[in-house]
Write a protein that binds this ligand. Structure first.
Ligand SMILES: [Zn+2]
Length: 495
């Protein structure tokens, strides 16, 4: 019998639950078997492996409900933050760092900040695939990294088939451009995109991953403005045939709201529901510009929202109505979107950002307490990842995914014993306080470092790969996009 005892000065079993002082979590065969006084469990299970200690705080592992597995950030690759649409045009020249290495490194950055489960919103690196095999090969590079990293992964590769440079059809945009720019836009958008390749690949992936203990697959469109009705229909049908969840960006920026108003009379989420892609298994990332009618629809359908607070601030999108979503019973999770506030994938800092930003969101709903925000990072994210009832709590029967914090380090020179653990964590905890991380009873991080990966060697490989893509950059492509950008930004977001 494989047992592990995770001890703490306190164990925080779930958001809003009473902390257990001087307690331990007994793990058996990857799941929580029992919680109880540490000294008693130590005596009754002398052979169990050990984690934590009398100076630690033990709590559920965090869930990153939306991220893109870019271990080298856009800022590091030479693209500083800007408002969303100007930034997005230049993303067409973002170089692709080796997908295996960048995914692996990103997973390690997440893991060492206490993340045990994540949703990987994968974007196609190459595009223009001849068949589903080439696309599947690309996806397998990321999956290989996820297998070696050892985190729980909801793998959601997205697809898009319209609006490459704007929210309008590519042909109409090209027609509005001067000759040489129009020619280049037509060249880049000319090849028809086969949605069948995507559906074939995801169907095959679902078959390969069936029964995988750590990795599941979800269907995904990039966003409503980037998907034709053909693509929506194909994804709606596949979701129903294969029983898969759906993940997508939506209503991230004001201009996307304008597109929804112009294209669907403000009912783009209803349109998604009618096409079978918005329902109980669907998550939309961002939702900054959700209106009350949209929130009512999400609540009615039991659809979910992945909130990316720092990303929304860094790309000048705004503050999402999380308090209103929570008040109406919509499941919300927290994501980093590869845009964490310090550009370092510190999920504990992201929890803090969400807490702080919601205080200034303008609405009548009650503020979110520390426990409310932790619930989003635990159980909210778990449901988005498809792991509701298995992840997000340290209770008997749940998967043994835990993060162990150095409590003295979190407290600093002094912290009043009157301060609740949840308040302490949300106010002060960060990557530097993570001592151990456990996934399914496996201790993957000890003393803040992964035990199964040589981080220095991996970082050196990532650095080398990033230098190589920087050296191979095509300055002409960036110059073209810089010239195209004002045209794209002036182009009306209408149909
Ligand atoms: Zn995203």
């Amino acid at each position: 019998m494989d047992e592990l005892l995770i001890e703490g000065a306190a164990v925080l079993p779930a958001a809003g639950a009473e902390p257990l002082e001087g307690a331990a979590v007994l793990v058996r065969d990857g799941r929580v078997a029992e919680l109880g006084p540490a000294d008693e469990l130590r005596r009754s299970h002398p052979e169990a492996g050990r984690a934590g200690g009398a100076d630690c705080l033990v709590m559920p592992g965090l869930v990153n409900a939306h991220q893109h597995a870019e271990g080298v950030s856009t800022a590091q690759l030479g693209f500083p933050d800007e408002p969303f649409e100007p930034w997005m045009v230049l993303m067409h020249s973002l170089p692709t760092v080796d997908p295996y290495l960048t995914t692996f490194y990103k997973s390690m950055l997440m893991l060492t900040s206490g993340v045990t489960t994540h949703v990987h919103s994968h974007f196609p690196a190459k595009g223009g695939y001849e068949g589903s095999e080439a696309y599947l090969d690309e996806l397998e590079h990321s999956l290989q990294a996820h297998r070696e990293a050892g985190l729980r992964t909801a793998f959601a590769p997205y697809w898009r088939d319209r609006g490459r440079f704007t929210y309008d059809d590519d042909d109409r945009f090209a027609a509005a451009l001067p000759g040489d720019l129009a020619g280049e836009v037509r060249r880049l958008t000319g090849a028809p995109i086969s949605n069948a390749i995507y559906i074939e690949a995801i169907t095959e992936l679902a078959r390969r991953l069936d029964g995988d203990p750590l990795i599941g697959v979800q269907l995904s469109i990039a966003a409503p403005q980037w998907a034709s009705d053909d693509l929506l229909d194909a994804i709606g049908a596949a979701a129903s045939d294969l029983g898969l969840r759906i993940h997508m960006h939506a209503l991230e920026s004001r201009r996307q709201r304008d597109w929804g108003d112009a294209a669907h009379g403000g009912r783009e989420l209803h349109h998604l529901a009618e096409r079978g892609v918005l329902g109980e298994g669907t998550t939309i990332a961002h939702g900054v510009y959700l209106r009350d009618a949209d929130i009512d629809l999400l609540a009615e359908l039991r659809a979910m929202v992945a909130h990316n607070c720092s990303s929304n601030l860094r790309l000048a999108c705004g503050i999402a109505p999380v308090r209103r979503l929570v008040a109406r019973g919509v499941t919300v999770g927290l994501g980093s979107d590869d845009m964490a506030v310090d550009d370092d994938e510190d999920m504990l800092a992201e929890v803090r950002m969400a807490h702080v930003a919601q205080r200034i969101w303008d609405g009548p709903e009650p503020p979110l307490g520390a426990g409310d925000v932790l619930r989003l990072a635990w159980e909210g994210g778990a449901r988005i990842a498809g792991l509701e009832g298995s992840v997000g709590r340290l209770e008997p029967g749940y998967l043994a995914d835990a993060v162990v914090l150095d409590l003295a380090a979190v407290r600093g020179v002094f912290a009043s014993p009157r301060l609740a653990y949840e308040d302490l964590v949300v106010a002060r905890a960060g990557r530097g306080h993570v001592r151990e991380v456990v996934v399914g009873g496996r201790v993957l991080v000890r003393d803040g470092a992964p035990v199964h990966v040589d981080m220095d060697a991996l970082a050196a490989e990532v650095a080398e790969a990033a230098r190589a893509v920087e050296a191979g950059r095509d300055p002409a492509r960036q110059a073209f996009l810089e010239r195209l950008r004002p045209w794209a930004l002036r182009h009306p977001p209408a149909l």
